[in-house]
Design a protein around this ligand. Structure first.
Ligand code: CMP
Length: 139
């Protein structure tokens, strides 16, 4: 169903600060259901592939270093209009611009170490979910 899934990662800063539980509680409290979930640690190469779309951006190398600096939790989430609803829950990329009560406003420390990722389109949600999970792991 179009608009039914989104993909997220709890990033190394939020995981290492012990905020994963509080973040997952907010996600479930907002009506998302967890379709797939795993804790893992990205290599710099895998982080580079995941964020390949940003390859030409000046922050790309730093982003790959940061995303491979510690464990993350990857999840596929389901809800109606999941992508837009989740982006509202997490707030703006830059926590200084994030609305009060959003995950990034509460837990992010910088524009790079911004606590959580959320897919930016239905198409990317499918691609990103497939990057981390097989069909069999999603039920
Ligand atoms: P995310 O939503 O995961 O998608 C791309 C990531 O790049 C973003 O969150 C931030 O972690 C990072 N990012 C985006 N813009 C900047 C920036 N201007 N400087 C540093 N990192 C950035």
């Amino acid at each position: 169903m179009t608009g039914h899934i989104t993909f997220t990662m709890i990033k190394p800063d939020a995981f290492s600060a012990g905020n994963s539980g509080a973040i997952i509680k907010m996600i479930e409290g907002a009506g998302f259901r967890i379709q797939a979930m795993k804790k893992t640690k990205l290599s710099k190469e895998v982080a580079g592939k995941f964020y390949e779309i940003h390859k030409e951006r000046p922050f790309y190398q730093d982003l790959c270093e940061y995303m491979s600096s510690g464990p993350i939790i990857a999840m596929v989430l389901t809800k109606e209009l999941a992508v837009d609803s989740f982006r509202e829950l997490i707030g703006a990329t830059d926590p200084a611009q994030a609305a009060p009560g959003t995950i990034r406003q509460l837990f992010a420390t910088s524009i790079e170490a911004n606590a959580i990722h959320g897919s930016d389109s239905d198409e990317n949600a499918q691609i990103e979910a497939g990057f981390f999970f097989s069909e069999l792991e999603r039920y």
